[in-house]
Design a protein around this ligand. Sequence first.
Ligand code: ATP
Ligand code: MG
Length: 347
Amino acid sequence: MSLALPAHPRAPEVTGADIVLTGDRPTGPLHLGHYAGSLANRLRLQRLCRQFVLIADLQALTDNADDPGRVARNVMEVALDYLAIGLDPARSAIVLQSAVPEMAELTMLYLNLVTVARLERNPTVRDEIRQRGFARDLPAGFLCYPVSQAADITAVAATLVPVGADQAPMLEQTVEIVRALNRLAGATVLPEPRILLSTTPRLPGLDGQGKASKSAGNAIDLRDDADTVRTKIRRMCTDPGHLRVEDPGQVEGNVVFAYLDAFDPEPAAVAELKRRYRAGGLPDMAVKRRLEEVLQALLVPIRQRRAAFARDPGEVRAILRRGTEAAREQAARTLEAVRGVFGLVRP
Ligand code: ATP
Ligand code: MG
C-alpha cells in the first residue's frame, strides 16, 4: 500500500527554484503527526527542489535546559527517523542547528526587529506557554524562539516551508522580520517565505485532546513496533456516545476516522466505513482493524530502513556533517548581507 499525500488544495505552486527549509525539535522520536503534517510533503519536495531539514536542538533547549540529555539523545533519533522515511541525503541536507553558528548570530540581529509584545501575542507561543505552565519562570529563549526560526529559514534563503498548522504564526512572524529587514536595507535582501500546509495540517492526539505531540506523549511514533502500534490503536478514543454496536456512531471528532482520513490510501473504502458507522451496526473494533492494517503497511518499511541505518551510526553522523556544511555555506552568505544592513564591519 503506498501513501500519496496530495498537497493542500490551497498550496502554493512549487518550482525548481524554490528552496525549502523545515525542521523538528529533537525532544523525542518523530510521530504520525509529523508525517501527515510535514514529512510526507518533504518527501515530495525533495524530488522537486533544494531542501534543508533542520534538527532544531537549540530551540529544543529553550524549554528543556533542565534536561539537556533529552535533547542530545534525540538528535540521533530524529536523524534516523528522517532516513527511515526516505529522506535522501543527496537531495535533502540534514542539518544540526547548533552546528550552524551563523543561525545564532542572525537570531541576535533579528531580535532588534521584534518587540516583546509581538512575541507575547504569537498564538502558538501563548498556547505552549500555557501547556508548559510557565509564569514568571518563562525562559527568555522560549519566548524568542520564533525569532530563531526566522533566522533558520532566512539563513538558507528558504522560499517554502512545509509545516503543520501550529507553525502558521511562526511563518507570519518570519515574514514580518523579513519585511522589517528589507525596509531597513531599502532593498530585497531576504526573500519572503511561503507556508506549505498538507491536507492534514493538524493530526489529533490518540486521546483526542489537542494535536499529537512529542511533549504530550499522545502519538504513534514512526519507530513503534507492531505490538505498540496495535496497543495504541486499541486505546484510541472513538465516539464516546457509541455505546452499543447497533447505535449510530459519530464520525466528526472521532480520532480513528481522523487517522483513516489522513493515512488510508483508499478514500472510497473510508467513505463506506463512515456510512456504515453512522448508520449503526459497525463496531469500533472493525474500524480500528482497518486502521491497523493501513498503519502497519505504512510503518513496516520505515521500521526496516531505520534498523538498517541504526546499525551504522558513523554513516549517519557523516550525513549530518555534510548536510550541516551545506547549510553553513548558504548561511554565511546570508549573514554577511544582514550584517551589512546593520552596518557591521569586520575589523
Ligand atoms: P514538541 O511537543 O516538542 O513541540 P512536536 O510534536 O510539536 O514536539 P515539533 O518538532 O514541534 O513536534 O514539530 C515539527 C513539525 O511537525 C512542525 O512542522 C509541526 O507543525 C509539525 N507537527 C507537529 N505535530 C503535528 C501534528 N499533530 N499534526 C500536523 N503537524 C504536526
Ligand atoms: Mg511543537
